[in-house]
Design a protein around this ligand. Structure first.
Ligand SMILES: [Mg+2]
Length: 294
């Protein structure tokens, strides 16, 4: 059986039929609830393995909530998840918005599952993902130019990138290409969590000033609190004359007080006792947010 529920995919629980405007963006409360639900699902996905890419879901939850909850139109738009290990956040968001079912999500990272822990060319949900980092923006720019040439002027491409990827030269080739062609239907969401596998990004290779770099390549750049889902959703809305990048300042620990102080940002150990504590913390918050108290 396909892991994707096609009827659910066609409908999309929070799916929308037209470009988002101020009026159609879910409330800040709803987007906050969605981000918490993404974190809770990510904990449940990592728990059976005892460790995994939880930090990526914690830092990017609001970005995926904003795209899947307020902007992405299944069957029309495209999502590129450039760092393949971030698919955990895409899968969690897709489950929350009705694009995949709970049984598929429960198979995450298991032998034989289509939902591999690092995205591949076979992965569902994002239209494109890649395991060697730094390649996703090239695909996204190609999608955006291809859609324009084919007359699909309404189609948008959302590309999730990580800050560590900016150390890859291919990213800047693609940025130059997209700026030159003024691919205004292309939006990058950059998870600026200052974390990569070898440690803090700023201890490996300085990437700042990030906004000025993108602007120099012909992009509109916004630097914002990456844990403010409503601000991200607002930044995604509206017309653009140039490709745009949302530099989302985040933390790999955000929204989960249960994590020990020495938890690694790239690959978090989640033994059963910590998993239970984390799930309880997030369940309580989710219930409060659902009741309008969050
Ligand atoms: Mg990072």
């Amino acid at each position: 059986m396909s892991p994707i529920s096609q009827p659910a995919r066609a409908q999309g629980r929070i799916g929308i039929a037209t470009l988002p405007t101020e009026a159609t963006i879910p409330s800040a409360t709803e987007l906050r609830r969605l981000a918490t639900a993404i974190r809770l699902r990510a904990v449940a996905m990592v728990a059976p393995h005892g460790l995994g890419y939880l930090g990526q879901a914690l830092s990017a939850a609001e970005q995926y909530a904003a795209v899947y909850g307020a902007a992405y139109r299944p069957g029309t738009d495209r999502v590129v998840c450039s760092p393949g290990h971030y698919v955990i956040a895409a899968y969690a968001a897709a489950a929350e918005t009705g694009l995949i079912d709970d049984a598929a999500l429960a198979s995450y990272g298991q032998n034989g599952s289509a939902l591999e822990a690092i995205g591949t060319e076979r992965s569902p949900v994002p239209e494109y993902t890649c395991g060697s980092l730094g390649q996703g923006l090239s695909a996204a720019a190609g999608f955006a130019l291809g859609d324009r040439l084919a007359g699909r002027d309404g189609t948008r491409t959302f590309a999730f990138l990580s800050d560590g990827e900016l150390q890859e030269g291919q990213v800047w080739e693609a940025a130059m290409f997209a700026g030159h062609h003024r691919l205004a239907r292309l939006t990058v969401l950059l998870d600026a969590n200052n974390s990569q596998v070898d440690g803090p990004v700023d201890s490996v290779t300085t990437i700042e000033p990030v906004a000025a770099k993108w602007q120099a390549f012909g992009w509109d750049a916004a630097d914002l609190d990456g844990h403010d889902a409503a601000a991200i959703a607002a930044a995604l809305a509206g017309p653009a004359d140039h490709p745009r990048v949302l530099i989302c300042r985040t933390s790999t620990r955000h929204g989960l007080a249960s994590l020990p102080a020495d938890a690694d940002g790239h690959f978090i150990k989640l033994p059963p006792d910590l998993a239970a504590m984390a799930a309880a913390e997030l369940s309580i918050r989710l219930a409060a947010e659902a009741a309008g108290d969050g």
